[in-house]
Design a protein around this ligand. Structure first.
Ligand code: SF4
Length: 232
């Protein structure tokens, strides 16, 4: 495995991966939401499920008039859970949404802008203190709602960069994040698009069980490609 410290060669490789993905998939225009609050709700609803289920749950909230911090806070938890059922784990997620809204209401007088304009480290800590928000969801919110340059790690990132030969099976979230931050320019737009490109590759081509290496835009850079091509 390549060590996790920054160097010019790794930086070039990471930028080349990005260029190839961008040329292949085109701009992803993330995060698909009409407001910062909708983005945050979506980040919680899409935990452990496909985006499709989260979208259906968000549409239900919109139709019910509950896609609003105050409304969500007032909503009976059981009814809220029913409304977001398409996003699965609906009881847990109803509790998570209400927990987030409660923090903003109690500590920031319901002013989401004030919550999001905290200094980056403080914002991340505030998010991680909310029930049900872990590093990936917190970083999604910091990047896509607060527009700060943090690099999001998810299962696709680990799988793809493990196959490329950079990460071991047991590498930690913070180590992977530090790897990208050390080797890439600190740029919110780049981090935004890079994560979206990784998601497209992991979702469509670099599949968990049978990656479609023959059609992969980064196969020439991938250590696993030869093995996968040789597999029956
Ligand atoms: S070549 Fe195959 S294993 Fe490597 S990143 Fe592409 S799809 Fe994944």
């Amino acid at each position: 495995m390549i060590d996790l410290k920054g160097n010019e060669k790794v930086r070039e490789v990471l930028l080349e991966v990005y260029r190839r993905l961008y040329d292949y998939f085109g701009p992803r225009r993330w995060w698909p939401a009409d407001s910062a609050f909708e983005m945050i709700v979506g980040a919680i609803l899409t935990q452990n499920v496909s985006w499709k289920g989260a979208v259906q749950a968000i549409d239900n909230l919109k139709q019910w008039g509950w896609l609003d911090l105050g409304e969500l806070l007032e909503a009976p938890e059981g009814e809220l859970a029913e409304l977001i059922r398409p996003a699965r784990y609906h009881n847990q997620k109803a509790r998570k949404l209400k927990s987030f809204c409660r923090v903003v209401a109690e500590e920031f007088d319901s002013r989401l802008d004030d919550f999001l304009t905290q200094e980056t480290g403080s914002l991340r800590r505030s998010l991680l203190a909310v029930y049900g928000i872990g590093p990936e969801t917190a970083d999604c919110i910091v990047l896509y709602a607060a527009e700060r340059p943090v690099f999001i790690i998810d299962a696709y990132t680990h799988r793809i960069f493990n196959r490329l030969g950079y990460f071991g099976a047991r590498v930690k979230y913070d180590e992977m994040q530090a790897f990208f931050v050390r080797n890439l320019p600190c740029d919110t737009k780049l981090f935004n698009e890079y994560h979206a490109q990784i998601d497209a590759l992991g979702h469509r081509i670099c599949l968990k069980r049978a990656p479609l290496c023959g059609g992969c835009p980064i196969s020439v850079m991938c250590k696993a490609a030869e093995t996968n091509a040789a597999a029956p």
